[in-house]
Design a protein around this ligand. Structure first.
Ligand code: BYC
Length: 468
């Protein structure tokens, strides 16, 4: 077990005993730091930030809080401890020993899954890099940076796997993870949502609610993997993911709470300098639909193959009775000749959709909590998730048009009405306009957001979470 020490790369994988690997990672480290300087949070590298650092994987107390300058954050490699004699829990190889090394026949597929996962981590840091300049409070600024450094650590987690198990190919992929850029035309990040701009804090909170929640579900599926080092890595990553979703959900909740207060006092929320519920709903519609796309096609032979070969399972595979999924079917709506037809799909081919179902239920719980805020404030309006068919760009609904209730629309109806449902240029300008400067006085909050219920690590809300 590794605790804070003088090692260059904190780890619990006995890195010092594998000199070749250690050297390779120590060569990648300065490139990572260059990337952080160039693409990480702009202009805050000299600030002291009250951050949580993973120092070990012990359940009680892996998190250590202190002031840290972000470039000096101890990005480390931490895997959950091995489960003795672990066997593969699903698919054709169910019951056989989990792999401690990469099986030759699955090398390319596993590499691809790890690269896809890894690519999202630096992408999100790039997307959020300018937000520090418009933070609504020091508390929020600190939370942004916490999310950013942990995404950096998640990149390290995937790079460790690439370097340790995939030889030269893996080292090349690790370099490319630092070369692609979110939103860049020539070298974009791999998945759609990770090329979308996050130009304001409402987008950031929606992203951490909905897109990080995709992260949770993908990590839960990879945590079942027969490739044991991937399972152990993603299990530890999940412990950090929870805070990201907390940041998002409470962030949106506080904006909703403020909107409700302003509505009660003034009637017109925008005139009173808040973000109105209709605008919040449009942002929700956008980030939720972009995040639904991250689950891939509804009917997917890739997903069936991942499951069959034990590479990627279902979230919480334990709760299912049948871990083979050879015989079952899954009923889903499939577009066919301009109409929706219910179709029975072989269960294994529906694995992306099954994961998406769990995700949707989890998102609904977050929306229910927001609606509780509205209910308690005596406001009649409610937030809602749009239909899974709404505004999709991946899978079999891509290229078709649906309203938020899931009713089909013609292209011209969509064009005429989409501004009711997705953020308009005017919405974005309005939201951004509210966030023209950073609020950095301890305890002070921007006008458009309510204060949090409590601070971080038992500290008060007006604690100096970031100091220059
Ligand atoms: N954008 O069978 P299909 C996180 C591609 S977030 C662009 O439908 P499959 C985080 C797909 O690659 C979690 N392309 O999909 C959150 C395939 O390409 P090819 C990230 C897409 O293979 C916040 C084709 O479409 N983790 O951690 O089942 C902050 C059709 O394939 C998209 C993972 O994603 C898209 N949205 O892939 C920080 C886990 N969707 O083969 C971090 C690893 C699909 O035709 N990845 N395609 O060239 C996977 O498990 C799978 O690759 C996918 C679905 C879930 C992405």
């Amino acid at each position: 077990m590794s605790h804070i020490s003088d090692e260059k790369i904190p780890n619990n994988v006995h890195l010092a005993e594998d000199k070749k690997l250690q050297r390779a990672l120590e060569q990648w480290q300065p490139n990572f730091l260059n990337w952080w300087q160039e693409m990480g949070p702009t202009d805050f590298n000299a600030s002291d930030v009250y951050l949580r650092t993973a120092v070990s994987v012990d359940t009680d107390g892996w998190a250590h809080y202190d002031y840290v300058k972000m470039p000096e954050y101890r990005w480390g490699i931490f895997l959950n401890l091995p489960i003795q004699d672990r066997t593969i829990g699903f698919g054709d190889l169910m019951g056989t020993p989990a792999w401690q090394d990469v099986p030759g026949e699955h090398r390319n597929t596993l590499r691809r899954l790890i690269v896809t996962q890894g690519d999202t981590e630096p992408a999100s840091v790039e997307q959020q890099r300018l937000l520090g300049h418009s933070c609504p409070s020091l508390y929020d600024l600190r939370n942004l940076f916490q999310v950013n450094v942990e995404e950096g650590r998640h990149l390290w987690a995937m790079v460790y796997l690439l370097h340790r198990f995939f030889g030269r190919d893996g080292r090349e992929e690790a370099e490319e993870l630092l070369q692609r850029r979110s939103g860049n035309q020539d070298r974009p990040r791999i998945l759609g949502a990770f090329n979308e701009p996050i130009a304001d804090w409402l987008s950031f909170f929606m992203f951490t609610t909905f897109t990080d929640r995709d992260g949770k579900y993908q990590l839960l599926a990879l945590a079942e993997s027969g490739f044991d080092p991937l399972a152990r890595t993603t299990r530890f990553m999940l412990t950090e993911e929870a805070h990201h979703m907390f940041v998002g959900e409470t962030g949106v909740g506080r904006i909703i709470q403020r909107a409700a207060e302003l509505a009660r006092q003034h009637g017109d929320v925008r005139k009173a300098g808040g973000i109105d519920l209709d605008t919040i709903q449009r942002y929700l519609n956008l980030w939720y639909s972009l995040s639904l796309d991250l689950f891939g096609g509804e009917i997917s032979t890739n997903a069936a193959n991942y499951f069959a070969s034990g590479l990627k399972g279902r979230a919480k595979e334990d709760k299912y009775e049948d871990h083979q999924a050879v015989n079952g079917t899954y009923r889903m709506d499939v577009p066919e000749a301009g109409a929706l037809k219910t179709q029975e799909v072989p269960l294994r081919s529906a694995m992306n959709e099954i994961l998406r179902d769990g995700y949707i239920e989890d998102c609904q719980r977050a929306v229910d909590r927001w609606n509780k805020v509205l209910e308690e404030a005596g406001v009649a309006q409610r937030m809602a998730l749009p239909s899974r068919r709404f505004h999709r760009q991946q899978g079999h609904f891509a290229g078709l048009f649906f309203d938020p209730q899931g009713n089909p629309l013609s292209a011209s109806d969509w064009a005429a009405r989409k501004d009711q449902w997705l953020p308009t240029a005017a919405d974005r300008a309005y939201v951004k306009g509210l966030q023209g400067r950073a609020i950095t006085k301890p305890g002070e909050m921007a006008h458009w957001i309510a204060p949090p219920a409590r601070g971080i690590d038992g500290k008060p809300v007006d604690f100096v979470y970031v100091r220059n």
